[in-house]
Design a protein around this ligand. Structure first.
Ligand code: TYC
Length: 102
């Protein structure tokens, strides 16, 4: 509640505003060199996929060029991308992982 110079009482009702965070897709990109088994391992290790889920996603990327690993808030998605890129570089594979706003 407020009381301005004119003496008018202004009542401002506030609604508790819980804004949902923007969500981001983490994507794997196909290339000609990264071994299929390595991609499956990445999906199991960093995206908590089962072996069957991981194989399905890997084959989707292999055939379509791009595929979704998961959907996360900004900071989590950014962390996943960094983890995958660091792991791929460490093993000298050209695997690319990116994020995009949903
Ligand atoms: N195309 C790769 C091969 O034939 C396999 C692969 C799948 C690479 C998915 C990257 O994100 C990828 N060995």
């Amino acid at each position: 509640d407020d009381d301005d110079q004119s003496g008018t009482v202004v009542v401002t009702r506030t609604r508790p505003k819980t804004k949902r965070p923007s969500m981001y897709r983490v994507l794997l990109l196909n290339d000609d060199y990264t071994p299929m088994e390595f991609v499956v391992h990445v999906l199991e290790r960093f995206f908590q996929k089962t072996r069957d889920e991981a194989t399905h996603i890997m084959l989707h990327v292999h055939h379509h060029g791009v595929g979704e690993c998961g959907v996360y808030t900004y900071e989590v998605a950014e962390t996943k991308v960094t983890q995958v890129m660091d792991f791929a570089r460490k093993h000298q594979h050209p695997l690319q992982c990116v994020m995009e706003k949903k």
